[in-house]
Design a protein around this ligand. Structure first.
Ligand SMILES: [Zn+2]
Length: 394
């Protein structure tokens, strides 16, 4: 009989990256900061540099291809074809841990976690202050390359839009962690950027939505590639908090109608079309949510739908979030004054997933006396490309 404390001690003595690292070459993943690489169980080349199926951290591992995962003991069982007891012996065997020692360690872990939480809260506040500083010193959008970018896409900038321009904004990527466990970031690109303020319903500043620009490119966006992997990265990023916030493009104190979509360009396309047609804009606000998750919120627990086509890395049918909303999750808050809500579906993303998200948004934002309509662009297109083709009816 091995006590839970002795097992805990065994796992602590055998961090997964150390054990798996004897069998395969692991490297620090750019997205999660976890160790990634070929899988000890299935990969043919244990030193493949482009393999990412296996991922591990100090006390766990998972393989997307094998669909297996667990702790270090499980990994040894699988790799060495051993029983649980044999795997424990292979890892050095259990050592008796006395209760006082275990209590001391538990207290140490709790203390460390409390310190981390304080550090994270401090980090979030410093990050928000830094972003707010950038917002404060940014230039007005009028007459800037950011306005040129929007005009070229047929959009218009509404007066008072929370959009600005920074000529030399850094594009940061996560490099991993340093020896003290702190995140390490590196700027891989600097250049002109359109920045949008994300604000809370109270009006407080939450973060920035950033679009890097290159007006020499056909779409006006910068083409940014990761210097090591060569991967083409998204020219947009959000920093700070976004969930529950909004990007106000046409502001209105107590709007009766709100037109809201995922992306800034989508919303400004509809705005431009309405201005061009001379539609009255009294009582109408135009907002961007930044992404679909913030527009629709999370799906209720267990509400997953089988995707008709898409498969995951292991070739299994992909399950995507369904239409039933989790009202406890954070998403953009629609003002109570809004009785006419227009949601803009975007053709950029996977149509099946987007449709479910928009149904979820409709269910989430429904209330007595409010009419909700979702407008869709033509299949395979977005409102911006339709606007540029002169087809936006709004
Ligand atoms: Zn595997």
């Amino acid at each position: 009989m091995i006590t839970p404390a002795a097992l805990e001690d065994l796992r602590r003595r055998n961090p997964v990256p150390e054990v798996a690292g004897k069998w395969v070459s692991l490297r620090r993943g750019t997205k999660t900061g976890r160790m990634v690489g070929p899988c000890p169980l299935h990969s043919k080349d244990p030193h493949a540099k482009d393999s990412t199926s296996f991922e591990c951290w100090s006390d766990g591992w998972v393989c997307a291809h094998c669909c297996k995962g667990g702790d270090v003991i499980r990994l040894v069982e699988e790799y060495e074809h051993k029983s649980f007891r044999e795997a424990v012996e292979w890892l050095g065997g259990p050592r008796e841990v006395d209760d006082a020692e275990e209590a001391r360690r538990a207290a140490e872990r709790a203390e460390k976690q409390a310190q981390q939480e304080v550090a994270q809260a401090g980090f979030r506040n410093r990050e928000r202050d830094r972003l707010y500083g950038w917002w404060q010193e940014a230039r007005p959008v009028a007459g800037s390359p950011a306005e040129q970018y929007l005009l070229r896409r047929g959009c218009r900038v509404p007066p008072g839009a929370r959009l600005r321009f920074r000529p030399d904004h850094p594009y940061m990527v996560h490099e991993g962690r340093d020896e003290r466990g702190r995140d390490v970031w590196r700027a891989i690109h600097r250049g002109p950027a359109m920045i949008a303020a994300i604000t809370a319903p109270t009006g407080h500043f939450l973060g920035l939505h950033i679009t890097w620009l290159d007006l020499d490119q056909p779409k006006g966006k910068a083409v940014i590639t990761h210097p090591e992997t060569g991967e083409v990265l998204q020219a947009k990023k959000m920093r700070g908090s976004k969930q529950g916030g909004q990007i106000e493009l046409l502001r209105c104190a107590s709007p009766t109608c709100l037109i809201i979509g995922e992306g800034i360009e989508t919303v400004l396309s509809i705005y431009a079309a309405m201005v061009r047609k001379g539609r009255p804009l009294d009582g109408i606000a135009f907002w961007a949510a930044g992404d679909l998750g913030n527009l629709a919120g999370k799906a209720a627990a267990g509400c997953r739908v089988r995707h008709p086509i898409a498969k995951d890395a292991a070739g299994r049918t992909l399950l995507v979030p369904g239409a039933e909303p989790d009202l406890a999750s954070k998403a953009v808050t629609i003002p109570n004054s809004v009785f006419d809500l227009r949601l803009l579906g975007d053709g950029d993303s996977d149509p099946f997933t987007t449709r479910l998200a928009m149904q979820r948004a409709e269910a989430r934002h429904a209330c007595a006396g409010r009419r909700i309509l979702t407008a869709w662009p033509e299949p395979g297109r977005d409102f911006n490309s339709m606007l540029q083709g002169g087809e936006c009816a709004a």
